[in-house]
Design a protein around this ligand. Structure first.
Ligand code: NBP
Length: 504
């Protein structure tokens, strides 16, 4: 769209003319505002401190039509009806900003929270605003700074009615994959933020398994970061092809200008986290979905950040491991690639299990095929695999909203690994996957997610689990009862008496 002069609030036109407003102009808000403007929308912008508004207008005002404002009241006054206000402020400020906006808006208007809010907050906020006749849309946005500007993956929750008004705009600014926008209505209230949270949980696991592959190749086979940059670049032409594998090649190949060492060697080995991985693990426990590999990847970051106690452990705790030698380097590299792929598949299988379990828990009509389609581009976990997952779950159909209480039925595989393509794919990795985990254990190189994913796989396929013994123990100390394989009912053994069995 042609550049037009920007205006300040004091010069604003009498008729509201902005299509959308953005408040909160830090990196994400400013880039989303620019993205809307570049797509021809008139964008009213506001930030608590005016400097950010001024610099957005000064540096990027020619990219489209912006209307700068200094207060939320001015911002709202610039908007055409129904008013749509995108809130992109830090998590702690969301409630206060929404409360102020709610006083300024009218029934039918739409408040959009595009930050990484926790889904219970989104459920609460949606309910509170609905009571005032306002639509509240919790939107998951993935793709970081670059995605926000050039096309993120967008996961909107909220009412279907709000999507009618807002959806086309979001689809315009989203990334696309072969013509499909990476944006579709996810489900009511907190569904969009929930799906974004699970996306982030998978992202944690994805990054951790990449780290474990790197660490094994480095520590066991002595493969340098520069050599690994080549290996990861090659992997990016295989079934592992993904954004994260691509940028791994770039980070590993980068040399620190100050020291001349690989950059990865001068970065402190303590990983940060902002909470979405932790929320994913907690939600998995809350709703009863076994997301052990995802949770393990969150714990791996936590352990990495315990630097003081790690320093002590390095002094006090030995490996007790024999040196492991790798006779066939190429075969080892190939094994690691297989283990990486298998662990990644398990992470996705666990993430999808969370979605189907959450659908039933919160009564959200989540469509896995469509959700996978949104993750094919724009977001951090974009990967070749996502297109295949989408196909395994019936392809993309934005009109399909499965019965939340029965979303494992019909054409859906009850687990990702039950889709024939993935059953076959994971089966092919098994010998290599087991060798790699065994090598890590033997060498004392930690592989928490490779091994957790394999343990999950073996638990799922096991004919008998030691849970039977657990139940026996629970009955012994707590009279918790157990069920029998040969009869219906609940039973208790009178452990402290004659050890006869009674039925409860
Ligand atoms: P930040 O999360 O860093 O928040 C900064 C913004 O919040 C500024 O506009 C700031 O205004 C505003 N703000 C604060 Br702090 N306190 C406020 C208050 N009391 N009232 C009004 N405004 C207030 O911004 P971000 O990194 O752009 O992220 C925005 C959201 O998007 C977050 O929820 C984040 O988790 C999410 N997200 C970020 C990424 C990413 O890659 N960064 C990706 C996906 C999602 P000020 O300028 O006056 O201080």
């Amino acid at each position: 769209m042609s550049a037009e002069p920007t205006e300040t609030a004091t010069e604003s036109s009498p008729e509201p003319r902005a299509d959308i407003a953005v408040t909160g102009l830090a990196v994400m808000g400013a880039n989303l505002a620019r993205n809307f403007a570049r797509h021809g929308y008139v964008v009213a912008v506001h930030n608590r401190s005016a400097e950010r508004t001024e610099s957005l207008l000064a540096e990027h005002g020619d990219e489209g039509e912006f209307v700068g404002t200094e207060t939320l009241a001015e911002l709202v006054a610039e908007l055409k009806r129904p008013r749509r206000v995108l809130v992109m402020v830090a998590a702690g400020a969301v409630d206060a900003v929404i409360a102020e906006l709610a006083e300024l808006l009218e029934p039918g208007d739409v408040v959009i929270d595009g930050g990484n809010s926790h889904y219970p907050d989104t459920i609460r906020r949606e309910q509170a605003l609905a009571e005032r006749g306002l639509h509240f849309v919790g939107v998951g946005v993935s793709g970081g700074e670059d995605g926000a500007l050039n096309g993120p993956a967008i996961m909107p929750g909220g009412s279907p009615a709000s999507y009618q008004s807002l959806g086309p705009m979001l689809e315009d600014i989203a990334a696309d994959f072969q013509g499909d926008p990476c944006c579709a209505w996810i489900g009511p209230n907190g569904a969009g933020h929930y799906v974004k949270m699970v996306h982030n949980g998978i992202e944690y696991a994805d990054m951790q398994v990449i780290g474990e592959a790197y660490d094994l190749m480095r520590q066991v086979a002595g493969i340098s970061p520069a050599e690994q940059a080549e290996i990861f670049a090659t992997w990016n032409t295989t079934q592992l092809e993904s954004y994260l594998i691509d940028i791994t090649a770039q980070v590993l190949g980068h040399i620190d200008a100050t020291t001349g060492k690989p950059l990865v060697d001068v970065i402190v080995d303590s990983a940060g986290q902002k909470g979405t991985g932790r929320w994913t693990a907690i939600s998995g426990l809350d709703i009863g979905s076994g997301v052990a590999a995802i949770a393990e990847s969150v714990f791996a970051r936590t352990v990495s950040s315990q630097r003081q106690v790690r320093a002590q452990a390095q002094q006090l705790l030995s490996a007790g491991a024999e040196p492991v030698t790798i006779d066939d380097r190429e075969a080892f590299i190939d094994d690691v690639a297989q283990a990486l792929y298998a662990s990644k598949l398990v992470s996705y299988a666990q993430g999808i299990d969370m979605l189907t379990t959450a659908a039933a828990t919160y009564d959200w009509p989540l469509d896995i095929g469509t959700i996978a389609s949104l993750w094919r581009n724009g977001c951090i976990i974009r990967a070749r695999l996502l297109d295949e997952i989408m196909q395994a779950y019936g392809g993309r159909d934005v009109t399909r909203h499965p019965d939340p209480q029965n979303s494992g039925a019909g054409d859906y595989p009850a687990n990702l690994l039950f889709a024939p393509k993935f059953t076959e794919a994971i089966t092919a990795t098994l010998p290599a996957w087991r060798r790699v985990v065994a090598t890590g254990v033997a060498a004392g190189v930690p592989v928490p997610v490779f091994s957790s994913a394999l343990a999950w796989y073996d638990q799922m396929r096991a004919e008998r689990l030691p849970a039977a013994l657990t139940q026996g123990l629970r009955d012994y100390f707590g009279a918790h009862t157990y069920q029998r394989v040969d009869r219906h009912g609940s039973f208790h053994t009178l452990w402290s008496q004659d050890r006869s069995e009674i039925e409860h």
